[in-house]
Ligand binder design. Structure first.
Ligand code: ATP
Length: 898
């Protein structure tokens, strides 16, 4: 390639380097045009440092070649050696040169606590060997132990009359050591001795909580649990507990006075955490599901990545402004700023918000890749919706969901892309540098900094060349990265990672949010976990082409609910016209009606939802509440009393989640009714605790009408097949560039720019485990009024009157010919225009044909397959609904027709 070399910058050998501070950036830019002398010196310096660097790097590479597991074993063995050496000196006073040195260091630092140091080191070493993969937990335990040691040293120091340097090294060694001196003396001076002791004890308590990874509330609950068990053991000869009766060894029962129905398995895990902290044990169930998961993941990996036609997406404001801030791949993980827990509506003492949050930031929570304890919460039980047949409801352990592979912050593929990008910049003579990257599960965002005076367009113009160089059609350019003077180039990872739903639900962000409607969305482009609260959306539209990941999302969503919410907290209406996607959930106690597969019945179910909403509203108004959460709180607090003379037992209302897996099927059969119901529900249902999730493969304007769009504010777009579809869902292009398999753009209510996320994945075997667990806990109690027959048995509707025979002929003609034409009826049935017109209107009211379209024939909404059932309904035969062929399911669902 003939390129003029003068215009090129000096070739850059440096690849993605650790650069995130603006000061280092400006220094780098200033160096771009140094004087000749300095350039010479720099060249010599570069040569020397390259030589040195490559030497060091070769050693470094050697070290990096040691597998991580062996490296961790090395640390563990080193700790064991240290423990033995320290024990030899501190416990057995073995004299040696090394022993004296060790004593000076260990006893000097920790004072009397030096006796305990070998034990602590031993515990950490055992933990590192037995649970090396739980890095986060291991770090937490080590940090907690260190904090505890410092606090205890401080206490010993004060208790030993605060020896100072004047007492010599021996004085410090016989008290709390240097650490005790450093913390104890200033604190005692600052706040007096008694208060210093109080502070040290409280911080020591905090350190204990950190070690076990439990909150104060959980610890208190565990203590209460142990106390009541001890009482029971002594009092009634160790009678079996609920857990024993249920034969659920992994679950523990927690009870609050008055709230005896719910058992959350995670509650009693403080002790278990100690056991696991020390032994690093994994439950067998997890291993089972891991196998299944790995099989599914291998399948997912093997499936080819769908790639769409290349086109640049330039996003001048950055697509993730409020949601993400790019961090260097080398940066320390930290919590996202809006990860604060929102107060649960039932929380008796809601914690104050730390900072004002807008709606959108309350809605999604993102958090870096930190493994955290399981989500735990105690939910005071109300009465409404309490399944009469239920035993105490135990939520499944989060451990039934498999773990995903650990998140990689960097891989060889990333390094190759950095090299390719650098090459492209050099070849085209653009003075710019790849300064770092942030790797997400599906795409990596590479940061490019421009030299002084270089136009941003220089990079954006190169997008096709970049795509060519990295052999990927799906290159997305963010200019700039929000909050940074750098351009972001998002390029799909050839070694993409699957985001396991289990990991999302076990993350800290999930643990901090115990709202039963919070679901695991997946991971953002920086690898942070994303949770979203469906109750805040308050309604969600999910769209994407076939195979893009929509159904997998619906599965993750329902499984999230099964993992975190009891049927008394959340009930669902599942509409699955395709009859394949949601069948696995049949029979779960969270259902309020059997899964609806008939689109006609689905339309009726939506009408039922409207009625339920109205009824809830009436109730709220009657008792003077504005929101269901307040009403439920009032019920739990015993403040909502039945009206005088009423025998009503007032109960709390569960959230009602209505999930429609294919909106297009509903819109085909009863577009106006469905649209009207959706409009009513979406406008009012929020305060009534009713939320809609509408999913479709066909995000076209006839399915997602203006009315639906205007009323469903949150959107989740998986890869769409066209730019137009992307616009329908998100109002912006972008979704057509997604790469399928769960790659999504999430636009929650209140956000102006969608955030990119990789949807979480849950395998069929995991879903099965969650479903089976739920079914074991309780049987469903269906509301029989959700889906009603369209006609009453044997009664011909009044408006048909004597025209039944003609109407049946007309219906048959229209359905078999699939032509909704009045003049055809006139001709074939030899009748006048007025009669044919009346019959056509009757067919319209039965939703057999669509509305009049002037001179054009009307749409026929019933297929020839459904002719028999349709005629039966017109005749007034009970049991059938328009458009439904009797099926085994229909027989099973006979109750709905009664
Ligand atoms: N979040 C995900 N993580 C990993 N792989 C995924 C994810 N979502 C989907 N896939 C892969 O893509 C395939 C198709 O996904 P899915 O069935 O959810 O698509 P869909 O959009 O619902 O298609 P359809 O509407 O035809 O059912 C899955 O079988 C799986 O292999």
């Amino acid at each position: 390639m003939a390129q003029t070399r003068q215009s090129r910058p000096a070739p850059r050998t440096q690849q993605a380097k650790r650069s995130s501070s603006s000061s280092s950036r400006s220094t780098a830019q200033a160096k771009r045009r140094p004087p000749a002398l300095l350039r010479g010196i720099a060249a010599i310096g570069r040569g020397t440092s390259n030589a040195l660097g490559s030497g060091v790097r070769s050693i470094g590479h050697g070290a990096r070649d040691v597998p991580p597991a062996v490296r961790r074993d090395g640390i563990a063995i080193t700790l064991v050696i240290l423990a033995i050496l320290i024990a030899a000196r501190e416990w057995f006073q073995l004299p040696s040169w090394a022993g004296t040195g060790i004593h000076w260091v260990v006893a000097g630092l920790f004072g009397l606590l030096a006796y305990g140091v070998p034990v602590v080191l031993g515990i950490i070493a055992v933990r590192l060997m037995r649970a090396p993969q739980e890095e986060g937990t291991n770090h937490r335990i080590t940090l907690g132990a260190l904090l505890l040691a410092i606090m205890v040293d401080g206490i010993i120091h004060i208790a030993k009359d605060q020896p100072g340097p004047t007492d010599g090294a021996q004085g410090l060694q016989d008290a709390g050591g240097v650490l005790g001196f450093l913390i104890g003396t200033p604190l005692a001076m600052l706040v007096t001795v008694p208060l210093a002791i109080v502070v040290l004890v409280l911080v020591a308590l905090l350190a204990v909580l950190i070690i076990f990874g439990v909150s104060m509330r959980e610890a208190a609950a565990w203590v209460g649990e142990v106390a009541s068990k001890v009482r029971a053991d002594h009092g009634d000869g160790g009678e079996s507990t609920d857990s024993d009766e249920l034969d659920l060894p992994e679950h523990r029962t927690l009870e609050r006075p008055g709230d005896t129905k719910v058992i959350k398995p995670a509650k009693g895990r403080a002790k278990r955490m100690l056991d696991r902290a020390i032994h690093g044990e994994q439950p067998a169930a997890e291993e089972d599901s891991l196998d299944a998961y790995e099989a599914d993941e291998a399948f997912a990996q093997a499936a080819s990545v769908e790639r769409t036609e290349f086109d640049d997406i330039i996003d001048p404001d950055g697509a993730h402004a409020p949601a993400t801030e790019v961090i260097s791949p080398y940066a320390v993980e930290e919590d996202a700023p809006w990860g604060d827990p929102e107060p649960a509506p039932w929380d008796p003492e809601p914690e104050p918000q730390q900072a004002p949050q807008d709606v959108a930031t309350q809605l999604i929570e993102v958090q870096e890749d930190v493994h955290a304890p399981e989500a735990t919460h105690l939910v005071p039980e109300g009465e409404q919706g309490v399944l009469e047949n239920s035993l105490p409801y135990v939520l499944p352990s989060l451990e039934i969901l498999a773990k995903g592979a650990p998140h990689k912050e960097r891989s060889a593929a990333n390094d190759r892309v950095v090299a390719s990008l650098t090459n492209v910049l050099e070849q085209f003579g653009v003075d710019a540098e790849v300064t770092g990257f942030t790797r997400g599960p599906t795409v990596t965002r590479y940061e490019v900094e421009l030299g002084a005076g270089v136009k941003v367009e220089k990079i954006t113009q190169l997008s096709k060349n970049i795509a060519y160089a990295v052999a990927s059609a799906d290159v997305r350019i963010l200019s700039p990265i929000p909050g940074k003077s750098a351009i972001g180039i998002e390029i799909p990872n050839v070694d993409r990672e699957t985001v396991a739903l289990g990991d999302v639900l076990r993350s800290q962000v999930a643990a901090r949010n115990d709202h039963p409607m919070a679901i695991g969305i997946g991971k953002d482009v920086e690898g942070g976990y994303v949770m979203a609260n469906l109750a805040k959306m308050p309604h969600l539209l999910v769209a994407g082409a076939t195979g893009a990941g929509k159904s997998s999302f619906v599965n993750s969503m329902i499984t999230s609910i099964l993992m975190r919410a009891t049927p008394n907290e959340v009930r669902m209406v599942l509409v699955d016209p395709k009859r394949v996607e949601l069948t696995i959930y049949e029979g779960i106690p969270h259902l309020i009606t059997p899964i609806i597969t008939d689109p006609k019945k689905a339309a009726q179910a939506l009408e039922w939802v409207v009625k339920e909403m109205d009824m809830r509203y009436d109730d709220l108004a009657l008792f003077g509440y504005k929101h269901i959460d307040d009403f439920n709180k009032g019920v739990r607090a015993g403040k909502v009393k039945p009206l005088p003379g009423s025998e009503r037992k007032i109960k709390t209302y569960p959230y009602l989640l209505v999930i429609v897996d294919e909106l297009a099927d509903l819109m085909m059969v009863a577009p106006r009714d469905v649209e009207e119901s959706i409009q009513r529900i979406t406008q009012l249902a929020r305060a009534a605790g009713i939320h809609l999730v509408l999913a479709t493969q066909r995000p076209s304007v006839d399915i997602i009408t203006g009315t639906i769009k205007a009323n469903v504010p949150s959107r989740l777009a998986f890869a769409t097949s066209s730019l137009a579809d992307s616009r329908v869902v998100l109002d912006t292009p972008g979704a057509e560039k997604l790469i399928g398999q769960g790659d999504a753009l999430f636009l929650p209510m209140g956000e102006s720019k969608p955030m990119r996320a990789q949807g979480s994945w849950v395998s069929e075997s995991e879903i099965h485990a969650a479903v089976e667990h739920a079914k074991r806990q309780a049987d469903p109690e269906y509301r029989e009024d959700v889906v009603q027959a369209t006609t009453t048995a044997g009664a011909v509707a009044e408006d048909i009157g004597d025209d039944l025979e003609d109407l049946l002929q007309a219906a048959e003609l229209v359905i078999t010919t699939q032509l909704g034409s009045t003049s055809m009826l006139q001709r074939k049935l030899k009748m006048g225009f007025a009669k044919a017109g009346r019959l056509m209107d009757l067919l319209e009211t039965r939703e057999i044909v669509g509305p009049s379209q002037g001179s054009k024939a009307r749409d026929v909404l019933v297929t020839p397959d459904d002719l028999a059932s349709t005629l039966a309904v017109l005749r007034g035969d009970g049991g059938a609904t328009v458009g439904s062929t009797p099926t085994p399911e229909a027989e099973d669902e006979e109750w709905v027709e009664s």
